[in-house]
Design a protein. Structure first.
Length: 156
């Protein structure tokens, strides 16, 4: 059974290891200089997580996943078990509880499995959030509204 919990300071090295293992599959799809820069960005992001809250997925005493929305990572051996969905559901619940009007994220075409997950969870494309990382490489913006629009009052 996978448990979702707040990350502890002692989880930092496991979070880094899981994230790098999860993203390693994209090394072959990116030009080597861009992959090196992306890997460095992952390490820098994980080096200073303030002010963000961190949650992790733990299975059998081992950390198997964690989300930052920007960096949702599931260990390759733990994939296909719903870990990513559970982590994203927790992010959504926490964002709603904090009163956030929407949750946004970026992903890319090489992350097709992640894109399908986000779309099945109700995220929709938000092209205004797109970021061109390099020629031919687009980080696509997605948004999930967390609040319902106010009902329109009919005329009486």
């Amino acid at each position: 059974m996978t448990a979702i919990r707040d990350a502890h300071p002692g989880d930092r090295s496991a979070i880094l290891a899981v994230t790098l293992a999860a993203y390693e599959q994209y090394a072959a799809a990116l030009p080597p200089p861009l992959w090196a820069k992306y890997r460095q960005n992952i390490q820098a992001t994980l080096g200073d997580v303030r002010p963000a809250a961190q949650i992790v997925a733990e299975e059998g005493g081992a950390l198997v996943g964690w989300p930052e929305v920007r960096l949702l990572a599931v260990a390759p051996a733990a994939r296909g078990k719903g870990v990513a969905r559970r982590l994203m559901e927790e992010c959504i619940q926490r964002a709603r509880a904090a009163g956030s009007p929407a949750l946004t994220l970026h992903t890319a075409d090489i992350m097709a499995v992640a894109m399908r997950l986000y779309e099945h969870m109700g995220f929709t494309r938000a092209p205004e959030l797109d970021i061109r990382l390099a020629p031919g490489i687009l980080a696509k913006g997605y948004r999930l509204p967390l609040t319902l629009p106010s009902p329109q009052r009919g005329e009486g």
